[in-house]
Design a protein around this ligand. Structure first.
Ligand code: PPE
Length: 312
């Protein structure tokens, strides 16, 4: 459901949220206004999807996401009171408690209430896991027909300031600047370049181009989140026999690409139709092949990728 603006979605509510080890009612999952993270962006999070399969709901690469969550927390000197195994179990428990067949999953760890000031280390760490039904992230026909995107006038932060490889809440302020600008210009998504002009990523997606049958995606060292969907697509592409390069890209590579698509847990695999008005066109054959395979994989229809699915 879309209400405020074309790309903003209202939040569907469910029954329970997991909060520091307990399942609490949706309406009771609240914090104090002096929560540290509310003032300083001192949180880390994940975005994961659970898909319907013939054997019931299955979470896609759950352990990999929770391991990245733990790494992000480590970067912020946050000690999580729960192990990866415990959090994997907690995610499944939360999905079961809400009786969902498919959903988006949002684990969040944040500096809580009781300490103010810029050294967050003395503040307590809270962990929550929320789940809700979240359909197509970039608009109704994005998956089928692709989206129009624009290069942002905002730059990606360098790897030594709010490192993009860390999935921290505060980092997303920059993504929001870019997303607001893009949406106001009529684009579904923004593409961020780093200070050197190298292509990085979308505000919530990694990106790939195809040129002469070869896939290219920027390396993490250019300043981007090491996406789990990106990794999945690289493996699937390799299995399907498409060569994949991790190489720096500049904006003209995007403008002249044969095919262009973006990947993310929320966005899934979205073709790009045009960049700054340079038309790429309808989704190309490699994009369509990868997208179709990706959706079969997440829905448990590809035996070879079963290990990526965690049944609820
Ligand atoms: N880059 C950024 C900046 C990013 O936020 C994401 C995920 C990705 C790349 C792709 O990573 P992965 O999901 O592991 O393939 N963005 C999350 C948040 C989106 C939001 O609007 O909130 C997501 O997709 O869940």
């Amino acid at each position: 459901m879309r209400e405020r603006g074309v790309y903003a979605m209202s939040l569907p509510t469910v029954d329970k949220i997991w909060m520091d080890g307990e399942l609490v009612d949706w309406d009771k999952a609240q914090v104090h206004v002096l929560t540290h993270a509310l003032h300083y962006g001192s949180g880390v999070f994940e975005g994961i999807r659970c898909y319907e399969t013939a054997d019931g709901p299955a979470v896609f690469r759950l352990r990999d996401h929770m391991e990245r969550f733990e790494r992000s927390a480590k970067m912020l000197y946050m000690e999580l009171a729960y192990s990866v195994d415990e959090m994997v179990e907690a995610v499944k428990e939360t999905i079961r408690a809400n009786k969902l067949q498919s959903c988006y999953i949002r684990p969040l760890a944040f500096r809580g209430y009781g300490v103010m000031g810029l050294d967050p280390v003395p503040a307590p760490v809270n962990v929550i896991i929320a789940v809700w039904p979240w359909d197509t992230y970039l608009g109704e026909d994005a998956l089928a027909n692709g989206v129009d995107v624009g290069i942002s006038s905002w730059r990606q932060r360098g790897i030594n300031s709010m490192p993009p490889a860390v999935k921290a809440t505060g980092n997303y302020l920059n993504s929001s600047f870019a997303r607001i600008e893009a949406n106001r210009h009529g684009y579904a998504e923004a593409i961020l370049l780093n200070e050197e002009g190298k292509v990085c990523e979308g505000t919530g997606e990694n990106l790939f181009i195809v040129r002469d049958g070869v896939l290219s995606t920027p390396p993490v060292s250019d300043g981007l989140l090491e996406g789990i969907t990106r990794d999945s697509v690289m493996i699937i592409a390799d299995d399907l026999g498409y060569p994949v390069l991790e190489e720096s890209l500049v904006r003209t590579d995007l403008y002249t690409a044969d095919e262009f698509f973006m990947t993310g847990s929320a966005a899934e695999l979205v073709p790009v139709r045009a960049v700054d008005g340079h038309v790429i066109g309808t989704p190309g054959p490699i994009t369509l092949d990868l997208q179709a395979t990706f959706f079969r994989v997440v829905h448990g229809e590809e035996e070879a990728y079963e290990e990526w699915l965690d049944r609820v």
